[in-house]
Design a protein around this ligand. Structure first.
Ligand SMILES: Nc1nc2c(c(=O)[nH]1)N[C@H]1C(S)=C(S)[C@@H](COP(=O)(O)OP(=O)(O)OC[C@H]3O[C@@H](n4cnc5c(=O)[nH]c(N)nc54)[C@H](O)[C@@H]3O)O[C@H]1N2
Ligand SMILES: Nc1nc2c(c(=O)[nH]1)N[C@H]1C(S)=C(S)[C@@H](COP(=O)(O)OP(=O)(O)OC[C@H]3O[C@@H](n4cnc5c(=O)[nH]c(N)nc54)[C@H](O)[C@@H]3O)O[C@H]1N2
Ligand code: SF4
Ligand SMILES: [Mo]
Length: 726
């Protein structure tokens, strides 16, 4: 073909109209950056994502979720107009009407029942600017104390533990780049290979450099393949392992006495407890052998450097806070923190799981990790917000406790932004019933999620490709995500929605921002002097590169490693914690003879609203699968690849069996990315940790039954729903 013809043909096909959008994945805490290429072929658009080789965190990698993230952006089910439920049907309405209606409803209900009867429920996908603004919106525009967010189910145990032990909560004490030089790495309840896959190479490199890797998980996973030692713990029993290890570390002389003396408090107080630990008991209760506990302790104890990383496997328990403290005891006893290639990390989950927990979405928190119950903090923020300290509400309650208050009629209306609580809360049958009691429910989302479906009004919000803002990744590195696409139709950004609603509620000042950067500049002031100090970070600096907080001055380079000289408590010391024996909230019985644990698979993200709308991800994994050991399955007459009913004290759900000899025989595992009858949270236990209010997501007692006959009930989003027949 001649050049002329080629040119003519490609013009005819619309080729050559390629657009490159520099963006970053909306899903997990790595926040991999990428180029999204848009090609136009005749009238069709084709997209291809290419990872950014210069990304300092992902180092040029991206997983299948990132590669397909754009599919939900262009999905036909995107909400593009405000929707009001009239006679049970959603009807498009203009924004003016939506805002007026919401303001009227909230005000009327507040007048009738009290100011604090409105609740606000946020999420860790919101940008820093929006997390900050949501906190301000609740306290200033709605004047309510009831605000909390989905991070309560995610990072709360680790956050509370890090604050108590170190005086500050930043997911990782060191940057990922130090991992390859570490000599012993312990991964407790973290499945990095499926949940933050692009950081796996840091661990592979460490192994290549001679590191000894220990994984503690009831299942063999893609992550445990990397392990030199895999401790297949009984769900919920991790603290027995850490305590057994501490005993061996002390008895065999691996304590770092100088570090303990100079940099910690309360070791003397727990010494007797350590002495009295019975290794046989720790082995029996945790389900691993004494030899394995001793080996783990020796490897970590003698290593010149080491990391302990925890994640939801050990944190999402009704004793999650204490679990984390026990592992931090090990870090402190061996002095493996505050130096190169040694530290502690709680692997953050959501895209902005880190920043989202710093700037005021939490019930007891003000921006910059300030406390809503501390008088100095209150006065500082009241000044930034132009109000009297006495006008600022006090602390509210945690996410699940808000559901209980809704059930009890103490909260009568709710505003949900960036969460799908009906799928992600424990004991979700109760939660759904509670939400039905609300007099007014507003949900801001991109789709009609299982929660949005219950709303009186849904507000359409923009996606990661359309919305500018900063996100703070799992390392504590603040990064700027620029907008690359105009939101479709009448879609607005979350921050715009909050500003317009605040105006409709009568706030003339305080919500007049013209851009995300405007909000960021106020956040900088609000966080100044707080533990998460962003005051030295500017959009201009972020356009060059990401910056680790704390960053107190524009001339400050940011802080990639914490605790080199001091911890964040007033006396500069870190704290040991008394040894605890974990207790299970539910013990197996004849009626409920198996332990259920829940978590994630590579292909889907959280409540699945976005990834179930990605055809390529659905092709790979379309429905929830229950991992069950073939011997266990045989006992209950469950064949491979068949539907079964899973029951607990709270309810039941339907799931397909998947034989796996990689899981303990007393335990089964299910992912939580599906809704309705396929939602595992219909059965999970809502017992809350008294310290951080994390629910017991990771252990409950269940029964399984084969579905003798199955009947198709309805065709729900992303899969079938079946009903058990007697
Ligand atoms: N593909 C994918 N990636 C994600 C997400 C997603 O939904 N999908 N979500 C993101 C978010 S928000 C989060 S919080 C993170 C979560 O990341 P992770 O915490 O790594 O994920 P989980 O699968 O919940 O749990 C990790 C492991 O804990 C194990 N486990 C279960 N019970 C116990 C126990 O009692 N003790 C121990 N030691 N281990 C146990 C499970 O077998 C599982 O392998 O992932 C983030 N990345
Ligand atoms: N059984 C069990 N349950 C669990 C867990 C578990 O391990 N086991 N893990 C828990 C954890 S760690 C987490 S983090 C929670 C998460 O649980 P959810 O909060 O329910 O998580 P998402 O699915 O991210 O919900 C986000 C909703 O907001 C929408 N959305 C996404 N981005 C935006 C945005 O920028 N703006 C707006 N307005 N909407 C947006 C999505 O479409 C989706 O409907 O689940 C918890 N639940
Ligand atoms: S899901 Fe996480 S690891 Fe995968 S591309 Fe997105 S940010 Fe990266
Ligand atoms: Mo999470």
């Amino acid at each position: 073909m001649s050049d002329f013809l080629k040119h003519f043909r490609s013009k005819q096909l619309g080729e050559g109209t390629e657009k490159v959008m520099k963006t970053q994945c909306p899903y997990c805490s790595v926040q991999c950056s990428m180029d999204l290429l848009e090609e136009k072929i005749v009238t069709r658009k084709r997209f291809k994502a290419k990872p950014n080789k210069k990304d300092p965190t992902s180092q040029g990698l991206m997983c299948i979720k990132g590669a397909n993230a754009h599919q939900h952006v262009f999905h036909g089910e995107r909400i593009t107009h405000p929707l009001l439920k009239i006679d049970g049907e959603f009807v498009r309405i203009p924004w003016e009407l939506a805002l007026e209606f919401i303001a009227h409803q909230f005000k009327t209900l507040q007048e009738q029942y009290g100011t604090d009867t409105v609740g606000v429920y946020g999420g860790g996908s919101l940008t820093n600017e929006e997390s900050y603004l949501l906190g301000k919106f609740a306290r200033v525009a709605l004047k309510t104390k009831y605000i909390d967010y989905n991070g309560r189910f995610c990072m709360s145990a680790a956050a509370t533990a890090m604050n108590a032990a170190f005086g500050i909560d930043r997911g990782l004490s060191n940057s990922l780049s130090e991992i390859p030089d570490s000599k012993c790495i312990i991964l407790v309840g973290t499945n990095i290979a499926e949940c933050q896959p692009t950081i796996l190479p840091y661990f592979r490199k460490a192994k290549k450099n001679g590191a000894f890797i220990i994984v503690i998980d009831p299942r063999e996973t893609a992550t445990s393949k990397l392990a030199d030692l895999h401790l297949q713990v009984k769900p919920g029993m991790d603290a027995y392992i850490s305590n057994g290890m501490l005993k061996v570390i002390m008895d065999e002389g691996y304590l770092d006495k100088e570090f303990i003396q100079n940099r910690t408090n309360y070791f003397e107080e727990i010494k007797e407890q350590i002495d009295s630990i019975d290794l046989l008991e720790t082995a029996k209760e945790s389900g691993v052998s004494v030899e394995q506990i001793v080996e783990a302790a020796r490897q970590y104890g003698k290593a010149a450097s080491g990391f302990i990383f925890t994640a939801r496997g050990v944190e999402q328990h009704a004793h999650g806070y204490e679990n984390v403290r026990q592992f931090i005891n090990l870090v402190l006893a061996t002095g493996k923190i505050g130096k190169y290639a040694s530290g502690y990390g709680a692997i953050t989950g959501q895209g902005n799981g880190q920043g989202g927990r710093e700037h005021g979405q939490k019930a007891d928190q003000l921006p910059g990790y300030r406390s809503i119950e501390n008088e100095k903090d209150r006065s500082y923020i009241a000044k930034v917000w132009g109000m009297e300290e006495s006008e600022l509400p006090r602390k509210g309650v945690s996410a699940y406790e808000m559901m209980e208050k809704i059930d009890a009629g103490e909260i009568s209306s709710l505003f949900v932004m960036a969460s799908n609580p009906v799928v992600s809360n424990p004991n979700s049958i109760f939660v759904e019933r509670a939400l039905q009691k609300l007099q007014f429910l507003v949900v801001a989302d991109m789709f009609v999620s299982e929660t949005a479906r219950m709303a009186d009004l849904i507000l359409p919000s923009s996606t990661y490709l359309e919305n500018e803002g900063t996100m703070t990744n799992l390392e504590g590195r603040v990064i700027l995500r620029e907008a690359k696409r105009k939101p479709p139709n009448e879609v607005k950004h979350d921050w715009q929605i909050l500003c317009e609603l605040a105006n409709a509620l009568g706030c003339d000042t305080g919500f007049t921002y013209k851009s995300a950067e405007d909000i960021f500049n106020e956040l900088r002031v609000a966080s100044k002097g707080g533990r998460a100090d962003y005051s030295g970070i500017t959009y201009n600096r972020l356009r060059e590169e990401g910056i680790f907080w704390p960053c107190p001055k524009v001339s400050h380079p940011g802080t990639s490693r914490l605790f080199d000289d001091t911890f964040a408590h007033e006396d500069g010391k870190a704290l040991f914690y008394p040894l605890k024996k974990p207790l299970l909230m539910e013990i197996v019985t004849d009626k409920y003879p198996l332990y259920l644990t829940t978590g994630r698979i590579m292909e889907h993200y959280l409540s699945g609203t976005q990834t179930r709308r990605s055809p390529d991800l659905m092709k790979r994994y379309s429905e929830p699968l229950l991992e069950i050991h073939p011997e266990t399955a045989a006992k209950y007459g469950i064949e491979d690849n068949t539907l079964l009913q899973l029951q607990s004290e709270r309810g039941s759900m339907i799931i397909r069996s998947k034989y796996s000899d990689k899981i303990r025989r007393d335990t089964i595992f299910a992912p939580f990315h599906w809704g309705d009858s396929q939602s595992i949270n219909r059965v999970t236990d809502p017992t809350l940790d008294p310290f951080c209010k994390m629910p017991e997501f990771k252990v409950c007692a269940v029964n399984i039954l084969p579905l003798l006959e199955k009947k198709l009930v309805h065709q729900g989003q992303g899969g079938m729903a079946y009903e058990a027949m007697d």
